[in-house]
Design a protein around this ligand. Sequence first.
Ligand SMILES: Cc1ncc(C[n+]2csc(CCOP(=O)(O)OP(=O)(O)O)c2C)c(N)n1
Ligand code: SF4
Ligand SMILES: [Mg+2]
Length: 290
Amino acid sequence: MATRADYKGQERPTWCPGCGDYGILNALTRALVEQNIAPHEAIVVTGIGCGSKLPHYMRINGLHTLHGRPVPVAQGIKLANHDLRVIVVHGDGDGYGEGLGHFAHEVRRNPNITELVQNNKIYGLTKGQYSPTSERGKRRSTTPQGSLEHPVQPLALAITHGANFVARGYPGQLNHLIDLIGQALQWPGYALVDILQPCVSFNRERAYDYYNERIYLLEEDETYDPTDRNLAWQRAQEWGDRIPIGVFYRGERVAGYELLEPALQKGPLVKQPLSRLNEAQIAGLFDELS
Ligand SMILES: Cc1ncc(C[n+]2csc(CCOP(=O)(O)OP(=O)(O)O)c2C)c(N)n1
Ligand code: SF4
Ligand SMILES: [Mg+2]
């Protein structure tokens, strides 16, 4: 049985004091422990950004990739090794900006990947430019007159593209976030947990005070049914005086893409022979292609 100590990394986080990423690191660690997943059984794949530094601060398999690119790398890992729990962790700029195309295709493909998005509605690492989830009118160094763009709606986008597990958490509600990540880890296919992550240095107007006043739990709303896809799509866009967190949509438990792909019916790539060709055939191929 893994313990939190098993997951403790050697490096100390360089995040600003009070950053929401500490809570996300804590929640992910606790969820892995609760799900009895050992460090060698999981991999955390990240992009570039403040939050994407997370695997440096855990003792776990980790791959810190390029900005906007952890999703294709994670999909490759899952195709190659079905036994690894593949967890993508990255920011809103990484996931919903530079990586938006990957996000949409990942969702409709449904690999068994858990995706956690540290959504601080800002580019944190590069010092606070507006991001794809910044609200219209957001004034930053790159939008001195205020952003003219409508924000990306990640939860509605995921539901539209066929995601069957779509949730939103908040590190200020730590036990709730641990539970959401645990549910996502148990889900057989793609699972999204968008996380309202306070950036206390560059987005103070969307930090703890703002969220603590507005957040409510979907599971405490008796009229809400997370199996109703249309309702989920509508509620995913509620934003303002009240901001919902919880499981927005829980659909069909469809097996991950990696188990359905005909080329992998004999097992994942790591369990297949390196090549079905003999040495002469390989040499012939090299001759032909050189
Ligand atoms: C291809 C590429 N484009 C742009 C950058 C510059 N860059 C680094 S981090 C970042 C945005 C980070 O924002 P986000 O993903 O929201 O993460 P946060 O820092 O807020 O956690 C950008 C634009 C880069 N490193 N690589
Ligand atoms: S700049 Fe914002 S997101 Fe980055 S470490 Fe500091 S508080 Fe966290
Ligand atoms: Mg960000």
